[in-house]
Design a protein around this ligand. Structure first.
Ligand SMILES: [Zn+2]
Length: 694
């Protein structure tokens, strides 16, 4: 968006006719005197008696909707122009993509009996490329309908609703439906909920957590930039965060965990992305920062941030092969598991590493300064770097460049560890290596040493600048064990042995073999053939399908899915999981000392090929044909797990977990007997949620 260029103001009077898919609009546009502007309008909308100085210049079909471009040749002192237009907008919903678990159907704009969804890309108001807008929006809708847009809601005496936002916006949304409206003050902000059916209990839950999270983030980041925050129920499944509201699907808003996962994430977007705008030419930093301050922060409040970061890194290791990797500078939005692992995962780790370098106080000070300085303006990684470097807290030279511009990740290894007793204690010397191709990363590597008879670990960070570097520590007692980056504080490509085998490794594979059970009942075989066909279609991976009686052995060079409880190759997987206590007995699967019958329950087990850490081996011990379509649909959502059990036809998840990591190469045993790591310093979340007001 044009920095420094003036904001274009719209005074919009909009009449919606959902039954006819139509809208009628009068727009008084205010601009800088004498500007010659080109604006775009949805080609389905017709200007009524356009002023003489407005001319059609082109028709375009390459955007989200067919568009007409008009030029305003304003007189030198002219600052306003009134346009009247009307027409039909009904672009419908795109097909739901099945390959990628994070995707929703989309619409370029719809006016219908079920509801109205209009965004900037619908071109429902005269859109000038690259310019911010402010607006007032007066709406006339059928009886019992309500509208939602950015900013503050005002109710006129005649019951008409208008929306007003004076701060620079990237676009104007208009949402409408027969909503039930709930509202409650939360400090100086109004917490609101727009539900499609009356549900006071649900609305209350949202209004309550809205107030709690707004209070928490106001304190952490600086004042929330809008006058309201609204939960808006959409008429199809979405998870959108707009400035001052979130548009969530009817199923999503009723999932109890959303209140403390997606919902606060959308609230935090009002700081990052919806008021400090993203300069996409530099890459999208806002998703990662929002995720770090919502998803990661909430995990840290619960004491599970370490596992959360390990999962992010595992996701990267499993989904981002060299060919799929790209630098943060090129991330705009997620469209696949690999782009999510980079754009959300790597960016979160960038902010985590920045926080470790600066300390919590300076990190928060930097965030607040960045917010204050770039509110309602555009910013990129360069502006972030400038603000954090300006804190003068730590030497950050090269930090942003390394993590933003460079593709890939460091691969850290422990080469050698030596210990020696000295007059005044012990000395530990560790040689660390970076195995990735190309130059060394500059990293502050956390080390934890467990000493004999000492409860608390000795923790330190060493500054690594070369691909191989030795570090020496003086210790008061005999070192028993060394752990390198024990809390997964660094963005790096994890070694396979650091992470438990999980479904993500199989879903992220580039070559896959599905092995069908020839001995299964006809109905089960047919269900597996359908599943195989749909996976083959929906994946970018190369997928082969074979029956188990046509194979002598399993190929070594790819990920293998064994399908069916009676799969001939099941013993290969059971052997690979012997250390985890998995057994196969009388047609049943023994897992966590419980017995499961594949005829009744669906058991899913992830392992690695024996002696070969590169490829995953997964067994779907599930013979209940009716459960297979649901299982195929649900599994991508459980990809971080090593084992799963589902029951029923739905099917419903009964058991899930990750195998413990038995032999991490980042843990070096220095004593004869394996001992657990000593206690690490406890860490605080960046903020705490205030208690509910009632
Ligand atoms: Zn987001």
């Amino acid at each position: 968006m044009g920095q420094g260029e003036s904001v274009i103001h719209h005074d919009l009077d909009v009449r919606l006719h959902p039954g006819d898919h139509r809208l009628d609009v009068t727009d008084r546009i205010r601009f800088t005197a004498g500007e010659s502007l080109v604006f775009y309008l949805n080609a389905a909308l017709t200007l009524e008696a356009p002023p003489d100085n407005v001319e059609l210049v082109s028709q375009e079909t390459n955007g989200a909707v067919p568009a007409k471009a008009y030029r305003i040749s304003a007189a030198p002192d002219q600052t306003t122009l009134t346009l009247r237009y009307s027409g039909l907008i009904d672009h419908g919903l795109s097909e739901e993509a099945t390959e990628y678990a994070g995707s929703f159907p989309q619409s370029a704009g719809v006016i219908a009996d079920e509801g109205v969804f209009l965004a900037g890309s619908s071109l429902w108001y005269p859109h000038v490329e690259g310019r911010y807008v402010s607006f007032t929006l007066n709406t006339v809708v059928p009886a019992r309908w309500q509208t939602v847009s950015q900013g503050a809601r005002q109710l006129a005496d005649d019951g008409r609703v208008s929306w007003r936002e004076r701060h620079a916006q990237e676009e104007i949304y208009l949402i409408a439906a027969p909503f039930h409206v709930y509202s409650r003050p939360a400090g100086r902000v109004q917490a609101m909920a727009f539900l499609r059916a009356e549900d006071t209990a649900l609305a209350d839950r949202y209004l309550e957590v809205t107030a709690q999270y707004l209070a928490m983030y106001n304190r952490l980041l600086g004042p929330y930039p809008y006058t309201k925050f609204a939960l808006v129920e959409n008429f199809w499944e979405t998870g959108y965060g707009m400035p001052s509201f979130t548009l969530l699907g009817p199923t999503v808003i009723r999932l109890p965990f959303i209140l403390h996962s997606s919902y606060p994430h959308e609230i935090v977007h009002n700081w990052w992305g919806n008021s400090v705008y993203v300069d996409y030419r530099q890459g999208n930093w806002a998703e990662g920062l929002t995720s770090y301050l919502a998803d990661h922060l909430i995990q840290q409040q619960r004491g599970t941030a370490l596992i959360f970061r390990r999962n992010l890194l595992q996701h990267y290791a499993d989904f981002v092969s060299e060919g799929r990797d790209f630098p943060l500078a090129e991330f705009t939005a997620r469209h696949s598991s690999s782009s999510e692992a980079v754009g959300y995962g790597k960016t979160q780790m960038l902010f985590h590493m920045l926080r470790q370098r600066l300390g919590d106080e300076a990190f928060v000070r930097g965030l607040r300064r960045f917010y204050r300085q770039y509110q309602f303006k555009q910013a990129g990684f360069a502006e972030l770097a400038e603000v954090f470097q300006g804190l003068d807290e730590a030497d950050l030279s090269g930090f942003f460049e390394q993590w933003v511009q460079r593709t890939g990740a460091p691969e850290l290894q422990v080469k050698t560890v030596e210990t020696a007793e000295q007059d005044d204690g012990w000395r530990l010397t560790v040689v660390l290596q970076q195995q990735q191709p190309g130059a060394a990363y500059r990293m502050s590597v956390p080390l934890a040493v467990t000493l004999k008879g000492v409860e608390q670990a000795v923790q330190t960070r060493v500054e690594m600048k070369q691909k191989q570097q030795a570090f020496s520590l003086r210790l008061d007692a005999k070192p028993m064990r060394l752990d390198v980056d024990p809390q997964f504080d660094l963005f790096r490509r994890l070694s396979r042995a650091e992470i438990p085998p999980a479904l993500s490794q199989a879903f992220g594979a580039e070559r896959v073999l599905l092995v069908l059970p020839a001995a299964a009942a006809a109905e089960t075989r047919a269900a597996y053939e359908t599943l195989a066909a749909s996976w083959r279609q929906g994946q970018s991976a190369e997928v082969d399908v074979r029956y188990d009686d046509t194979l002598i052995s399993l190929p070594d060079d790819r990920t293998v899915w064994l399908l069916g409880g009676a799969n001939r190759f099941a013993p290969v997987l059971v052997a690979a999981l012997a250390e985890q206590g998995v057994e196969q007995r009388d047609g049943q699967v023994v897992l966590n000392q419980r017995h499961f019958d594949p005829a009744r329950d669906a058991v899913v087990l992830a392992a690695r090929r024996a002696g070969d850490n590169a490829h995953a081996l997964v067994w779907l011990a599930a013979d209940r044909a009716a459960a297979l379509p649901g299982l195929a649909r649900k599994l991508p959502h459980y990809r971080k797990y090593s084992y799963l059990v589902f029951s029923g036809d739905e099917p419903t998840n009964e058991l899930k977990g990750q195998w413990p990591v038995i032999a991490s190469p980042m843990t070096v045993r220095l004593a004869e007997q394996p001992i657990p790591m000593a206690q690490l310093e406890s860490r605080q979340a960046l903020a705490q949620l205030p208690t509910a007001s009632r």
